[in-house]
Structures are given as C-alpha cells and as structure tokens.
Write a protein that binds this ligand. Structure first.
Ligand SMILES: Nc1nc2c(ncn2[C@@H]2O[C@H](COP(=O)(O)OP(=O)(O)OP(=O)(O)O)[C@@H](O)[C@H]2O)c(=O)[nH]1
Length: 542
C-alpha cells in the first residue's frame, strides 16, 4: 500500500498524469472537432447527393405526367373536318392500347357528369361525377388538369386523375376524358423505388395540402401527413428544395431531403436515417478512438521515461544529501558545475552544507573551549582523555596526566580583586600552553584547576623534566591588573603504561600526586605511577 501511495505522490507520476491529460485533452479536442467537421461535411455531401437524386425523381414524375397529359390531349384531338361523338368514345378508348399501359383506367363523361365510356370495363356501373371538383373545374376552365388524390368511386382505389375536355367541331365542350393513376401502383412507382440509395431510407410524396400520394407504407396513401406520415412532410410542404435534420416518430434521427415538382403541387421527399448515412463515420470514429488511446498510452510511457531520466540528477542529489547526513560523504560530492536547475540546487546545498559545517565547528569550539582562558574546557577533557588512553593502549606508549592547582589563588582574588584573578588565570593558561609540546593537551577543569595530557611520555625522567619546566615557566611575575604578583603552582603527575587502565584510576593517581605536593608545602611537583602504593617522588620548585 505504502509503495503504491509513494508512486502516486511521486513527481514522475504527476508529470506522467499531466502528459496523459494534455494528450487526452488535445487528442479529444482536435479529434472531436475534426470528426464534427468531417460529419458536417459528410452531411452536406450526402444531402447534395440525395437532392440530385430527388431532382432526377422529380423530373421523372414531371415527364411521366406530361407524357400522360399529352396522350389524353392527342386522344381528344381529331383531324380537321371529323366530328367525334360521345357514342364513339368506347371504341376510341379501346383502340388506344398504350392507354392501358399509362393509366389505371381511362373514362369518358358527358357534360352532365355521366359515365359514357370506360377503357377497362365498358359495362361499368354508370356513375356520375358532376359533383367532383376536378370535373367542375375542367368544365369551368375548359382546360385539362391534374386532380387532388381521392378514392375512386369505380375501383375503390386511391387515384389522381388527369382530365382533358372533349370538344366538338365548334369548339364546345361535349364531354371530359379522364385518365386515372392508381396511387398504390403508379407507373413511376418502381422507378422511384429503384432510385433509393439506402436500404433504410425511403421516398415519399405529398401534395401541398399534406395528402400522402406515395409512401412505402401503402396504407398511408391518401392520409394527411399529420395523420400518419409524421413531421417528415412538413418541410417538404414548404416547397422548393432543401434538406434538414428531423426525427422519425420513433425518435430515429433522420436526414430529410425534399424537392417540389414543377408540373403539379406535389413535393417528393427522401427520408434517410442518419445512422446509415454516417455508417462510414462509425468506423472512422472507432479508429480515431483507438488511435487516441494508443497515442495516450505512448505519451504516458514517454512521459514516464523522460521524467525519470530528467529527474535522475535529483535522485543523485538526494543520495548525496543522505550520505552527507550519514557522514559517509563530504560536501565535495555536490556537482556545482551544472548549468541547469539541478546545478543551482547543488550549489545551494553546497553553500548550506558549508554553513552547517562552519556552524558545527563553531558550536563544537564553543562547547569545548573555556571562555575565560580560551584553552580546552572540562567537557573537551572528558571527551578527549579516554580517546587518548585508547590510542596509547593501541600504540603501547606511556600516557601522562598532570593535575595543576594555583597555590593560594584565593588570596590573589581577595587582595587584588576578581578581575586580577581572571588575568592571572588567563596568563597561567597561556604559559602552560607554551611550556608543553603541541601534541600535549592543556585544559582548565574549573576555578584554578588545570590539566595536561601528555600522549607521548617516554619515561618517568621525562615527567620530571615536564614538571620542572612548568614550575620554571611560572617563575616570572604575573601581571594582575595594575599590580604584579608572584604565582606558584602545585603539579601532580600520573603515568601509566597499562593498556586497560581506567580514566578514574589515572585521575585519582594524579590527584594523589597533587595532594602530596600540597602537603609538602606547594610550589612543586610529584610523579605517581598508576596503581602504585606510594608517590614516586615529590620535588619542590628549587
Ligand atoms: N578570579 C577568579 N577566581 C575564581 C574563578 N573560579 C574560581 N575562583 C576562585 O578561586 C579560588 C580557589 O581557591 P581554592 O583552590 O579553594 O584555594 P586556594 O586559595 O587556591 O588554596 P590552595 O589550592 O589550597 O593553595 C576560590 O576563591 C574561587 O572563588 C574564576 O573564574 N576567576
């Protein structure tokens, strides 16, 4: 759990996540916009393509109607001088074979609306169409027309009829020829169906008042588009030509293309489900999605690798700082020559480590230095002396420890003042340091008590020499403020060659020696061997 959390919080992970997010956003953004543009373009292309198809269909129907109209007109036109009577009409109709191909039926009526001839059934029941609008309009205008769709009284089928007035030699209308087109099986029906480009799409046709003339669902023929054809026809009813998005009644998105016919007030429309129109886009979308996913994955891996590489110097820097803290490296490990941010960071760490080392040194000095005299203090001695004993044990050399106490120092303080006493202490420390070798260590334990550690003491005779030298060093008068005074000291020296000697034993031996000197009248030195029953010797200053 912990490593996973660490991974999630790592800079590498965050940068990788950022790269993935950026690639995703830019990929989805550009891909999505490109797809939208492509879809919009494709929609236009499809709509224009379907519109040109509708133009062909409209021309086909216009031509068909025109052809039918001309056929009826030719039927009613007789050579000059010949008179066509109503009684000859049945014979006339039956003589024109092509009528059967072009029309569902052709009938003739007198001006009273009575059926006088019928192509398909000469014995058809004698209906009267005087009340029909198309009949009345043809009589009134004396011109042929194409009727609104209606249900035939003769056949019971949905039809539109083309009318053509029949004139006598004087030009008077004596009857009307009427060609019926079966809307369930118009002559152009198969051709229209053949024009369909999509298996899902379909063609339909409505009149300007919204009556369905052609529809794949034959039961909708003659219904008003509000009754069953849905909203598809509404745009078509606006006339002209064009296309728009629409929804079928069951909510299927559809592309609706429409074109108004030239010869009649009919509009032919094409309904094209968007799903099949954009079928090619589905695979493009899928491929774009897979491409984006692969790209994102690659970007993530790339981001991870590059970030890991870029952050390698940071890892090294961290290792250096850890090593430095553990004391296994010094500040030289920092690469301060780099010109980049890691170089800045290394230089900052280098400077910080330098300051820290300096501060540690100062702190150590403060902690191990006697403030008054500037020589080592008790803490330093306590730390140093056991190490000196251990070193001597390893090298087999003799160690000497001298305890020093200024004689009657209290009197100096009492007679000359505390400040003079301090001056004497400082001068005493200076002379002590001058009297010994640089390998020897001088420290002030407290008050007027001092110690000297001799690390390379060759013999007892050398201890004598050292004791004498210290006493000699103190012979000259001390400056104590305005006054001068004579200062003497008592020195107790302990010596040992025992490798496993305890620090306390050495100190006790030195203390014994010092006590011996004090007892003998001060201003002298005594040498004591650690573990010995009695002092080796006590010497006075003279
Ligand atoms: N001026 C000064 N005096 C100090 C300091 N520390 C301790 N003293 C004094 O040093 C004196 C030490 O005296 P003692 O060692 O007890 O006695 P003494 O007078 O040296 O007598 P002996 O050691 O027996 O010869 C005391 O009076 C302390 O107050 C210091 O830092 N400065």
């Amino acid at each position: 759990m912990r490593p996973l959390l660490g991974l999630l919080l790592s800079f590498k992970f965050k940068i990788t996540a950022l790269v993935i997010a950026l690639v995703l956003v830019s990929g989805i953004g550009t891909g999505g916009i490109s797809l939208l543009i492509a879809e919009s373009e494709l929609r236009h292309v499809i709509a224009r393509q379907e519109l040109s198809l509708l133009n062909s269909a409209a021309a086909l129907i216009d031509n068909d109607l025109q052809h039918k109209r001309q056929l009826l007109r030719a039927l009613t036109e007789q050579p000059p001088g010949q008179q066509l009577g109503l009684g000859q009409l049945q014979e006339l109709l039956e003589a024109h074979e092509t009528l059967r191909d072009e029309f569902f039926n052709v009938n003739a009526f007198d001006t009273a609306g009575n059926l006088v001839a019928s192509l398909r059934d000469k014995n058809a029941k004698r209906i009267n169409v005087a009340e029909r609008t198309y009949f009345q309009q043809t009589l009134a205008t004396r011109e042929g027309l194409i009727s609104a769709p209606f249900k035939s009284a003769l056949s019971g089928r949905p039809v539109v009829v083309l009318t053509q007035p029949l004139r006598d030699a004087g030009g008077n209308v004596i009857g009307i020829i009427l060609g019926a087109i079966d809307l369930q099986r118009p002559s152009f029906s198969d051709q229209l169906d053949a024009l369909r480009t999509s298996a899902d799409g379909y063609l339909f046709m409505v009149t300007d008042d919204g009556t369905v003339i052609h529809h794949p669902n034959k039961s909708l023929i003659l219904s008003k588009i509000d009754d069953g054809a849905g909203t598809l026809g509404e745009a078509a009813l606006k006339g002209g030509e064009g296309w728009q998005d629409d929804l079928l009644d069951d909510g299927v998105p559809t592309l609706l293309v429409h074109k108004h016919l030239r010869l009649v007030d009919w509009t032919i429309g094409l309904s094209y489900p968007v799903r099949s129109a954009f079928a090619p886009m589905q695979s493009v979308r899928l491929r774009a999605f897979i491409g984006a996913a692969v790209l994102t994955l690659l970007a993530g891996v790339f981001g991870w690798v590059v970030t890991a590489k870029l952050l390698r110097p940071l890892g090294k820097l961290r290792q250096h700082v850890e090593n430095l803290s553990a004391g296994s490296a010094d500040i030289g490990v920092f690469d301060v020559t780099r010109a980049d941010e890691f170089g800045h960071l290394s230089r900052a760490f280098f400077a910080l480590s330098q300051r820290r080392a300096q501060a540690e040194l100062e702190l150590h000095q403060l902690a191990t230095t006697d403030v008054l005299t500037g020589i080592n203090n008790r803490r330093m001695f306590d730390d140093f002396f056991p190490k000196a004993l251990a070193r001597a044990a390893r090298s087999g050399q003799q160690v000497g420890l001298a305890f020093l106490d200024i004689d009657h120092f209290k009197q100096i303080n009492d007679t000359l003042g505390h400040a003079a006493g301090d001056a004497v202490l400082r001068e005493f420390a200076r002379r002590l340091t001058a009297a010994v070798r640089c390998t020897d260590t001088v420290a002030r334990l407290a008050g007027d008590e001092f110690v000297i550690v001799f690390e390379q003491l060759a013999s007892g005779a050398e201890a004598d020499l050292l004791g004498r030298k210290i006493l000699d060093e103190m012979r000259a008068p001390f400056a104590a403020g305005e006054a001068q005074c004579t200062v003497t000291t008592s020195v107790g020296i302990a010596m040992t060659t025992n490798a496993n000697v305890a620090m306390d034993d050495v100190m006790r031996a030195a203390d014994q020696a010092l006590y011996g000197v004090k007892a003998a009248g001060r201003n002298g030195f005594a040498v004591n061997r650690v573990g010995a029953e009695r002092l080796l010797r006590v010497r006075g200053a003279n």
